[in-house]
Design a protein around this ligand. Structure first.
Ligand code: NAD
Length: 542
């Protein structure tokens, strides 16, 4: 145990670099991008101290240049997944017994490695492997991942500090034990920061993890493992396993030592896993913690008092940054009729000016969508809108997958507020707008609330305080992250803890104390100084 009451460094958000022409960071990222683009990465499984090459591989291709190969990753079989579980369980005792400040130091070092020597590499890997522009990569893989690591260390400290009351003759203490068993982390393609956070948040609380990254995030996943290794995460504490999602998941959730799942991804996948966990409930040694952040159908609601320029900018940024592939992306919008002509004019004009292409060209604002499955799905919905009478494409609507999976930023105007693209999560650069009568504001708020199964993010844009207040009230359960006079994306660790309810997840707020508490099994210890020596009570006296 530490001989002192240590403090942890104050967590502050990692400053965002601009990559403007002439800046040193621009030259540096361009050099690293080129190096990674011309290399051929070999991405193994990370099991305990071993980097396992199974020989059964799949290629890694940039979505914006899908014929180009930048590496390959090795796929696990069932026995290797079991090896990863064993490696985690073997590392468990030493990791759990390590004083908390040693654990903290490991992850603070990881943050500093990302902020410094690994910044270009993790950003370039995200730009190439997930087709993020340099700004989108910077705010995700560099800044947000640093923030998750530093703030979670801070939150761990605060959780440990919070102690119960004691009275005369007793001292009450609370200790936070890691869960018995291992935590299984499954991560999505769209945020490198989430990929790093889901296995490390439980590990910060003293747990061991088996991590399955997305097939579409393998290049930056490897950089995360390199950082963890260099930071001193002991062998076996975080094991990375790639391959068939169902087989890996079944192997993990069928294991009696499965202690919890930390998932981010789509709603149906999460529901399927939850069901499997339920079916196995009699096989576990404890009740597994189930934490999942899932899909969204996020909205921007504009009141008649809103500035049309503010609305148009929020729509464009909210809907099209990272090709609309943020769980928080604006994909349905409700605009008051009185301001729609001006909003429309500006939105169409700005959307037409968007430059789209390779992320290696820093002038681009957008790039390709993640894979062919996503491209084909978006093509289907856009073509359907071209045919439907109740929908009109007011800008965009074209696509081309000859070199990369490019889908033009597209705005659909619909006369049906329950039109399919107002309801279904498409996860691409497609925004649907419904124009409502100004005097039906309150009615439309109820429509917003009732239209989708999700409850992740949403925003109200209004200069009328009463309207903003009414929206805040009526839309209370429609979003776990609600914005007033802003777009519905761009939450920052430590400032807007992130997560939604309804079909959007368990709302355990990534990058917050609420999340970390899920990875702790608290033990209350009562010590009595002068224990009783007689079983009787005063009321028993004659
Ligand atoms: P996805 O559900 O396809 O994949 C997520 C992870 O689950 C991947 O690692 C994948 O390999 C794995 N997986 C897929 N099928 C599986 C199965 N049958 N069994 C077990 N695992 C399986 O999601 P995606 O396309 O990577 O990410 C996009 C989705 O994630 C969107 O729905 C988005 O809204 C959601 N998302 C939510 C948040 C949030 O905080 N709420 C954040 C990011 C992404």
């Amino acid at each position: 145990m530490g001989k002192g009451f240590f403090n942890t460094p104050t967590a502050v958000n990692e400053p965002i670099k601009s990559y403007a022409p002439g800046s040193p960071e621009r030259a540096s990222i361009q050099k690293t991008y080129k190096e990674l683009y011309d290399q051929h990465a070999n991405i193994p499984l990370y099991i305990g101290s071993e980097e396992v090459e199974t020989g059964n591989t799949l290629p890694v291709n940039p979505p914006h240049d899908h014929q180009h190969e930048v590496g390959k990753y090795h796929l696990a079989n069932e026995s290797q997944v079991k090896d990863a579980i064993q490696a985690a369980l073997k590392a468990k005792k030493d990791w759990a017994e390590l004083p908390w400040e040693q654990r903290a130091a490991v992850f603070l070092k990881a943050a500093d490695l990302i902020s410094g020597p690994y910044r270009d590499k993790i950003n370039a890997a995200t730009m190439i492997g997930q087709s993020k522009t340099v700004h989108q990569a910077e705010i995700d893989s560099a800044c947000e991942l640093c923030d998750f690591l530093r703030f979670n260390v801070r939150y761990m400290h605060e959780i440990y500090q919070e102690q119960p009351a004691s009275v005369d003759n007793e001292w009450n203490r609370m200790e936070h034990r890691p869960l018995e068993g291992f935590v299984y982390a499954i991560t999505p393609f769209n945020f490198t920061a989430i990929a790093g956070n889901l296995p490390s948040a439980p590990a910060i609380m003293g747990n061991v993890a088996v991590w399955k990254p997305s097939d579409s995030q393998m290049l930056s996943a490897q950089v995360i493992m390199e950082v963890f290794k260099e930071a001193g995460v002991p062998d076996g504490v975080i094991n990375m396993i790639n391959g068939d999602p169902e087989m890996i998941t079944d192997t993990c959730v069928n294991h009696p030592d499965f202690a919890g799942i930390h998932f981010t991804g789509s709603t149906n996948v999460f529901k399927g896993i939850w069901q499997k966990i339920g079916n196995n409930i009699h096989n576990y040694k404890s009740y597994p913690r189930i934490v999942g952040e899932t899909g969204g159908k996020d909205y921007i609601m504009a009141h008649g008092s809103a500035d049309p320029q503010v609305v148009a900018t929020a729509l464009l940024r909210g809907a099209f940054e990272y090709q609309g592939q943020k769980c928080s992306a604006a994909s349905r919008s409700y605009i008051a009729k009185s301001i729609w002509p001006e909003v429309k004019e500006r939105l169409v004009k700005d959307t037409k000016s968007i430059k789209m292409g390779s992320t290696g060209d820093l002038e681009n604002f957008m790039s390709a969508v993640i894979h062919e499955r996503s491209f084909d799905k978006l093509e289907k919905y856009i073509n359907q809108a071209k045919d439907d009478k109740e929908a009109e494409i007011i800008v965009g609507g074209n696509f081309d997958k000859s070199k990369g999976y490019f889908v033009e930023p597209t705005v659909i105007e619909t006369t049906n507020p329950k039109y399919e693209t107002m309801v279904t999560e498409l996860f691409g650069p497609v925004l649907t707008v419904y124009v409502y009568d100004d005097d039906k504001f309150e009615e439309t708020l109820h429509l917003v609330d009732e239209t989708s199964e999700y409850g992740l993010t949403g925003s109200i844009i209004s200069t009328d305080r009463n309207a903003a207040s009414l929206a805040t009230k009526v839309l209370q359960n429609s979003a776990g992250n609600f914005y007033i006079n802003d777009k519905c994306t761009g939450s920052v660790v430590g400032r807007q803890p992130f997560g939604g309810a309804r079909g959007s997840g368990t709302n355990d707020k990534a990058g917050s104390k609420f999340n970390l508490l899920r990875w702790s099994s608290p033990r209350a210890i009562k010590e009595t100084f002068v224990p009783a020596t007689d079983y009787g009570y005063p009321h028993m006296e004659k």
